[in-house]
Design a protein around this ligand. Structure first.
Ligand code: ATP
Ligand code: MG
Length: 641
């Protein structure tokens, strides 16, 4: 399968694939290089990606965006409280496992889906888009997520990928993926030796919903992330909100109403605000026009870049902390920074760039900032694949949270701390005389994983435990073992021909069985169930699409035949009886097509009607074609003579 890199954005996602020694961004069903991250539900089928976005305004309650902000999150998490205001009128439910689900109208029933399932639907859609566009099989995927994603969220993303029939080979931090892009495409990096100083670059990624800053040190073929800072709730959508609120106030004051009560009105204003924000990134002023906001009121106003800057002034200060935290963690000062590289759509807002330049350093945008994450992720996926050969590129990341582990004594100790590099393995020694559990907690003191160790000798033994922060940012226990020393004698013959015995020792490693469970990863059975359901839903969606195609094909053919018959174009090639038959079939089919029956029939019915007509129409078409060919041949022969 071809390595797939997915930049799972909150607003839009980008799909990249490693193929033919290149990494390509794959265009979607309407030839865009990025795809809206939304999933919608309709009376017959799901609307995912572009279709979901285009139907959103008329399907508000059943269209879910912000997918990455609810995956792996607990319903009672404070973050979810903040998130809620960014959703349309979606109905949320608390699932049995405490996670977030949504309830929607789907096929005229109320259905509940978990956030993991919603993400899986989107992942599946991305996979199908790529497979259709490239004719390649897609299985292995590297998914980019924010650096601040917890282990819980990473497990949930992996589950979603599996439900979509993908194999998540790695969960990678977005900035790290972009950094890898930088490292593999830049030709002028410092030489990779001890005496050469690395090039330190700050990456600032301000996307739709969140902001991350990381400091990375580059040498040829190598990148080390030295420090990361973030603000989980800061991005383009906060600017959209600020603009929308401004216009809502203006609208309400002008028309003496409260349009906040009307979700469609708010949606229309928000969509227009998003557009306006982008226009103001390139222009000093722009009009703001929204037709029929509510009660048939058309709203017209305008905004200058200066007005916008006043509106977002309080937001700008929030740039500081993450950037400074990243520097502190990296143990560097701004003078030691080569450049500040901007990625993410919202970093295009001029006053953001200016703020960074004024307070820190001039910014640069030398990467393709919309595609660097997806391309880096595809490269990383390809590096992990034994099937594809890529240039070697080494990179390390840093953990953004503490990892506390209890080795069965009821006491949690930090094994890794925030800011420590990974992937990394630590060897811990403990004395045990019975089976025990290793429990991993996150920095919020919640249990993330339990590793059960069995087969511990009851006479007591010194155990060596390897605890690993793996490349996906998940904590694992790859091995637990004890050593036994065996003495043995070796015989040798010395110079004088005498046999000499020497005692030597050999160390044996005995590996113990370790089984992993996490309250955040789905069980094998549940995973199988959800995978089967997703397959079913996709098959049903495809059938709806094929049925629509069959219906369109029939309709087109009806009009085609009607035209040929009435224009007498087919007269020379068919008998009166044949033409009458075609006319009759076509008229009957047309009548049926617009009846209640034909409006919503099975695919086979449309195909059958179509074939009934083509049995005659193809005959006539064939004769016409043959005669035309003969005539053109005769003409050529004549000309040739
Ligand atoms: P996240 O990183 O939060 O998951 P994302 O990756 O989907 O989200 P991006 O695609 O990096 O986000 O950026 C999208 C955001 O950038 C949106 O809020 C969009 O309105 C904004 N944006 C895009 N182009 C411009 C522009 N020219 N000027 C201002 N804002 C822009
Ligand atoms: Mg992003």
């Amino acid at each position: 399968s071809a390595p797939f890199g997915l930049d799972f954005g909150n607003d839009t996602s980008v799909f990249a694939v490693a193929r033919n020694r290149n990494i390509d961004v794959i265009v979607n069903d309407v030839s865009n290089r990025s795809t809206p991250s939304v999933v919608g539900f309709g009376p017959r089928n799901r609307y995912i990606g572009e279709t979901g976005k285009s139907k959103e305004s008329s399907n508000i309650k059943n269209t879910v965006g912000n997918l990455k902000r609810i995956i792996g999150l607990n319903y009672d998490d404070v973050d979810f409280e903040i998130e809620k205001k960014f959703f349309n009128k979606v109905k949320f439910v608390k699932l049995e496992d405490g996670k977030i689900g949504i309830q929607c109208r789907f096929k005229n029933e109320n259905v509940t889906f978990s956030a993991v399932q919603l993400a899986a639907m989107y992942f599946d859609h991305s996979k199908q888009i790529i497979e259709k566009e490239t004719k390649l099989v897609i299985k292995d995927v590297t998914i980019a997520v924010p650096s601040w994603f917890t282990q819980e969220q990473r497990y949930a993303v992996e589950d979603a990928a599996r439900i979509a029939g993908l194999n998540p080979v790695r969960i990678i931090n977005e900035i790290t993926a972009a950094g890898v892009s930088y490292g593999i495409f830049k030709q002028d990096l410092p030489a990779n030796d001890k005496d050469t100083e690395a090039r330190n670059v700050i990456f600032v990624d301000i996307g739709h919903s969140s902001y991350t800053a990381s400091v990375a040190a580059f040498k040829t073929g190598e990148m080390k992330i030295l420090g990361t800072g973030f603000e989980k709730h800061f991005g383009g959508r906060d600017f959209d909100m600020a603009i929308t609120n401004h216009f809502i106030d203006e609208f309400n004051a002008k028309y003496k109403v409260d349009c906040r009560e009307n979700p469609k009105a708010v949606y229309r204003l928000l969509t227009a605000a998003q557009k306006l924000k982008k226009v103001l990134s390139a222009n000093q002023a722009a009009p703001f026009n929204v037709e029929s906001v509510m009660d048939d009121i058309d709203f017209s106003s305008q905004l200058t870049r200066e007005d916008l800057e006043k509106l977002v002034e309080p937001l700008l200060q929030r740039i500081r902390v993450p950037l400074e935290n990243a520097l502190t963690q990296a143990n560097l000062t701004i003078d030691q920074i080569h450049s500040i590289e901007l990625i993410g759509g919202a970093s295009r807002v001029p006053c953001l760039k200016d703020f960074i330049a004024a307070n820190y350093k001039e910014t640069a945008r030398t990467l393709n900032s919309d595609e660097a994450i997806a391309k880096g992720a595809a490269f990383i996926c390809a590096s992990a694949s034994p099937m594809v050969r890529v240039r070697p590129f080494k990179y390390t990341d840093v953990l953004t949270g503490d990892v506390n582990v209890d080795f069965g004594d009821g006491e949690f100790n930090p094994v890794f701390t925030a800011g420590s590099p990974y992937p990394a393995t630590k060897l811990i020694t403990v004395n045990k005389n019975a089976d025990f559990k290793i429990t991993v907690q996150n920095s919020k003191n919640e249990v993330v994983s339990v590793f059960e160790v069995t087969g511990v000798p009851t006479e007591g033994v010194e155990l060596k435990i390897k605890v690993r922060a793996d490349p996906s940012g998940l904590i694992s226990v790859p091995s637990v073992y004890f050593e036994t020393v065996e003495e043995y004698e070796e015989e040798d013959v010395d110079e004088e021909g005498e046999t000499v015995k020497t005692t030597k020792t050999k160390t044996h490693e005995t590996q113990l069985k370790v089984s992993h469970s996490s309250p955040y990863a789905l069980s094998a059975e549940r995973l199988a169930e959800l995978t089967a359901l997703e397959l079913e839903l996709t098959a049903a969606d495809n059938l709806v699409m094929q049925t629509e195609d069959a219906k369109n094909t029939l309709e087109e053919h009806i009009y085609y035949c009607k035209d040929k018959v009435s224009s007498e174009e087919w007269k020379p090639y068919a008998s009166e009886a044949e033409l009458a038959k075609i006319k009759e079939l076509v008229e009957k089919a047309e009548e049926w097509l617009y009846s209640e029956d034909g409006e919503d029939a099975k695919k086979a019915k449309y195909v059958a009607k179509y074939e009934e007509i083509t049995r005659y129409s193809n005959l006539v078409k064939g004769r016409k074609k043959q005669q035309e060919q003969e005539a053109s041949l005769a003409k050529k022969e004549k000309e040739g003579k």
